[in-house]
Design a protein around this ligand. Structure first.
Ligand SMILES: Cc1cc2nc3c(=O)[nH]c(=O)nc-3n(C[C@H](O)[C@H](O)[C@H](O)COP(=O)(O)OP(=O)(O)OC[C@H]3O[C@@H](n4cnc5c(N)ncnc54)[C@H](O)[C@@H]3O)c2cc1C
Length: 461
């Protein structure tokens, strides 16, 4: 897209959220010349990566009046991708050799990710833009601007007018729960992974874990350390799936999906196996949820599709005043936040223009039709999978950002393959030293790290 010849406008922008996406959005907005106020209901930066031993009052997360705990991080969580590919482009997520308290591993613990985000906020003075313990409770368009109502921890409520709002509120807090035949009369306990913290409460239990991607694979293994038996229900392998998995305690099985839950406490899998379970853990993902957004029905979330959105970011008739950072689910999360934020900042300043509303709607409808023709269910609209680099490069082209580096793209592809093939060991045994070396050479060449890369390559083990 050609750069616009309009005069540059500097806008006053509200950013909702000070997680990874809100931090980089604030940085990019300021870099472009805008002023930004970042609202976050937490006391600190980091969003999802702020671990709390506390869980919500409703373990399944269905009660709308429950107390909300934002983070879904469990105590044992380590990243599911190598750190090199997780970081922002010009602020690599490398081990900090100057601080022994930090975790130098290539797949570090959640604490290290939080520390990285704190480093980022400090390095670029983002904290001065943030209003902590301030929740945004309503966002609505008024006369071409945006009214933002916020409430601070003292209960004080305030209405302010902004030129634009960038939503960076995350989408891993509102649980999506599996529908199971007969569950109403099944007598056991249920919990969603959002509220899973530690394995101890499952000691000596028989546990069924639904879902076998990143969280399901991790949590089932965490629980198997103390439980009597753990049975994973997975839809990936088909209705006959039944396999005993290798593990520390020899107490882990993989099954097909659940067929029915019965009143006598049993769970019947589609493969015909029956177990008497104490607890079901739903590792079944999350729903997009924006309770503060009031657009008189223009925007909605239907079957987990946030619509209408051009390129998963701009609602055509409300653009560029309203935008969303971070909706697509993909491996390169922080990188995506960065490139999306650059585009939003450039569009808000008028340096880059969007197509007409009609053209944006047309593009969106075409992408829905393509998805349908490929047989991809509506609920996966924001799952980009293999097309993630194409998407990121397209946005990068809009705002003059370089394309995704070869090593970064490949680390995700090979990293996910390892995760599936060796869920027990993928964080400590890998076969892509070549990519890691390419990454560190890249950081060194761009003067993004101050030591020779060999030092980081050694400490990443
Ligand atoms: C269990 C789990 C493990 C993951 N592991 C990885 C990984 O290894 N690597 C990776 O790259 N990604 C991982 N992810 C993806 C991760 O979510 C993203 O990497 C990223 O941290 C999300 O950042 P965010 O800023 O979009 O959202 P969040 O980090 O959720 O931040 C949103 C912020 O918005 C604030 N907020 C929300 N609503 C309001 C409101 N109304 N008013 C004020 N503030 C509000 C919240 O308090 C929060 O601070 C994982 C996700 C999960 C659930």
């Amino acid at each position: 897209m050609a750069p616009a010849s309009n005069p540059i406008k500097y806008q006053h922008v509200a950013v909702i959220g000070a997680g990874a996406s809100g931090l980089v959005a604030a940085r990019e907005l300021r870099r472009e010349g805008h002023t930004a106020v970042v609202f976050d209901r937490e006391k600190q930066v980091g969003g999802l990566w702020i671990y709390s031993p506390k869980a919500e009052s409703d373990p399944l997360g269905l009660d709308p009046t429950r107390s909300i705990v934002h983070s879904s991080v469990y105590e044992s969580l380590r990243t599911n991708l190598p750190r090199e590919c997780m970081g922002f482009r010009d602020f690599p997520f490398v081990p900090r050799g100057d601080d022994v308290a930090r975790d130098p591993r290539r797949y570090p613990s959640h604490k290290e990710v939080l520390a990285y985000l704190e480093d980022f906020a400090r390095e670029f003075n983002i904290e001065e833009m943030i209003r902590f313990e301030t929740e945004v409770v309503r966002v609505e368009p008024v006369n071409g601007k945006w009214r933002v109502r916020s409430k601070n921890s003292g209960g004080f409520s305030d209405d302010e007018i902004f030129d634009a709002v960038v939503v960076c509120s995350g989408h891993f807090t509102e649980p999506s729960v599996a529908q199971i035949n007969g569950i109403e009369s099944w007598p056991g306990k249920q919990i969603h992974s959002h509220n899973y913290r530690r394995p101890d409460p499952f000691k000596d239990e028989v546990v069924v874990v639904i879902g076998n991607f990143a969280s399901g694979a991790d949590i089932s293994r965490d629980i198997s350390k103390v439980a009597k038996e753990v049975h994973i229900a997975s839809r990936a392998g088909g209705p006959d799936t039944y396999e005993k998995l290798a593990g520390h305690k020899n107490n882990l099985w993989m099954h097909s999906q659940i067929d029915i839950a019965r009143e006598d406490g049993s769970i019947v899998f589609q493969n015909g196996k029956v177990v008497h379970a104490d607890t079901i853990v739903h590792c079944t993902g999350y729903k997009y949820y924006f309770p503060f957004l009031e657009t008189s029905g223009y925007m909605s979330v239907d079957d987990n599709r946030v619509e209408p959105l051009y390129k998963h970011i701009f609602p055509p008739a409300l653009a560029p005043g309203l935008s969303f950072i971070g909706l697509p689910a993909m491996g390169l999360q922080f990188y995506m936040f960065e490139v999306q934020s650059k585009w939003v900042a450039a569009v808000l300043s008028g340096r880059v223009t969007l197509p007409s509303i009609d053209k944006m709607m047309e593009d969106m409808m075409l992408s829905y039709e393509t998805q349908e023709a490929l047989g991809i269910p509506k609920r996966y609209t924001h799952k980009l999978g293999k097309s993630q680099c194409e998407y990121l490069d397209w946005i990068a082209d809009q705002c003059g950002f370089p394309h995704v580096e070869h090593w970064r793209d490949q680390e995700v592809t090979r990293g996910y393959k390892r995760l599936v093939a060796q869920p027990e060991t993928f964080r400590d045994e890998w076969d892509d030293d070549d990519l890691m070396e390419e990454a560190y050479e890249d950081f060194t060449r761009q003067n993004l790290i101050s030591f020779h890369s060999s030092r980081f390559l050694e400490s990443g083990r």
